[in-house]
Design a protein around this ligand. Structure first.
Ligand code: NI
Length: 167
């Protein structure tokens, strides 16, 4: 397994729309293992392949307290959603920024698991937020893009200052 470098907003590669996985083979299993290790190390509760510059529709999520609940979604698709909730979100690609975003309260997602088997999952609350956030990444969307232009500009200048300091 290996830790993968995470792209930082506003890297234009975060805006690419990822391609579907054709078959869950050894290369995909290695990608999933590396993504899980990278997510746990960060630490974060979700990571999309787009964030590690891999053009594949693969997401890993673990919202459990003790980090024992790894969930793998290959080619995830939201087939039903309802309700509304507003949560403060963060993102490994936008370090240090936490902002409220309104999303569906409930989602039903269809995907392949890490063995390539199809499954459906119903989620609400934090897990539903996380699934929507990560699928957005696969579609090239970063959560801060839900905010007003004013807020987005503030975030961009904050991140630019930060990278000058650490550069
Ligand atoms: Ni994110």
């Amino acid at each position: 397994m290996a830790l993968l470098p995470i792209l930082r907003y506003p890297d234009p590669r975060l805006h690419a729309r990822a391609r579907p996985v054709e078959s869950v083979d050894d290369a995909i299993r290695k990608l999933v293992a590396d993504m899980a290790e990278t997510m746990y190390e960060a630490p974060g509760i979700g990571l999309a392949a787009t964030q590690v510059n891999v053009d594949k529709r693969v997401v890993v999520i673990d919202v459990s307290e003790d980090r024992s609940g790894l969930m793998v979604f290959v080619n995830p698709e939201i087939v039903e959603k309802s309700g509304e909730q507003t949560c403060e979100e963060g993102c490994l690609s936008v370090p240090g920024v936490y902002e409220k975003v309104t999303r569906a309260q409930f989602v039903r997602v269809r995907a392949l698991n890490g063995r390539g088997e199809p499954f459906e999952l119903e989620a609400e609350g934090l897990l539903a937020v996380c699934i929507q956030h990560e699928i957005d990444h696969l579609d090239g969307k970063v959560f801060v893009e839900y905010l007003s232009q004013l807020k987005l500009n503030r975030i961009k200048s904050k991140l630019a200052k930060k990278s000058r300091i650490t550069a």
